[in-house]
Design a protein around this ligand. Structure first.
Ligand code: CA2
Length: 149
């Protein structure tokens, strides 16, 4: 059984309320519930956390070191700005899958840069909320591969 933290950053608590054309109609609670349910089918215990505060996200990443095997991170707009979040992911040495609901590479130029990508094992973007499920599969496969070594 692997423990996986699904971490969401600023404004993602507003999912389902505005901009459904960009971010879909599902609320974050539904997405989190689906991650927990899907995790069970893949032998993973999924915990979820969202914060609008950079420091709280960093604290959650540090805390994950003691009881999580991997992190799925949608850092929201901090993706494009936060060296501090990048350093936090690098410091805990846990595999991290970066997720975005939208295809950040098809949007404004400032969204094409991701500091998280530099320390993530991979990035999934453009598949809406399904991206979190794909990320669980990717992380579980990665952890299985590491166990086999
Ligand atoms: O596509 C993604 O998942 C993003 O991480 C979402 C961030 C954006 O800054 C990134 O460039 C890409 C924004 C999240 C804002 O979410 C809202 C949801 C509903 C209404 C308003 C904002």
């Amino acid at each position: 059984m692997s423990n996986i933290l699904v971490l969401n950053g600023p404004n993602l608590n507003l999912l389902g309320t505005r901009q459904p054309d960009v971010y879909g109609r599902e609320t974050l609670s539904i997405i989190e519930a689906n991650c927990i349910k899907y995790g069970e089918t893949r032998g993973a215990l999924v915990s979820c956390l969202q914060s609008n505060h950079e420091g709280a996200l960093i604290d959650a990443i540090h805390a994950a070191k003691s009881d999580q095997q991997g992190i799925i991170l949608n850092a929201g707009a901090y993706t494009h700005t936060s060296i501090a979040l990048m350093d936090a992911i690098a410091s805990v040495e846990l595999p991290c899958v970066e997720v975005h609901l939208s295809n950040i590479h098809a949007r404004e130029a400032f969204r094409h840069v991701s500091y998280i990508s530099k320390v993530a094992i991979g990035q999934i973007c453009g598949f809406g909320s399904r991206g979190y499920i794909l990320a669980i599969d990717a992380l579980v496969a990665h952890l299985d591969m590491c166990d086999d070594k």
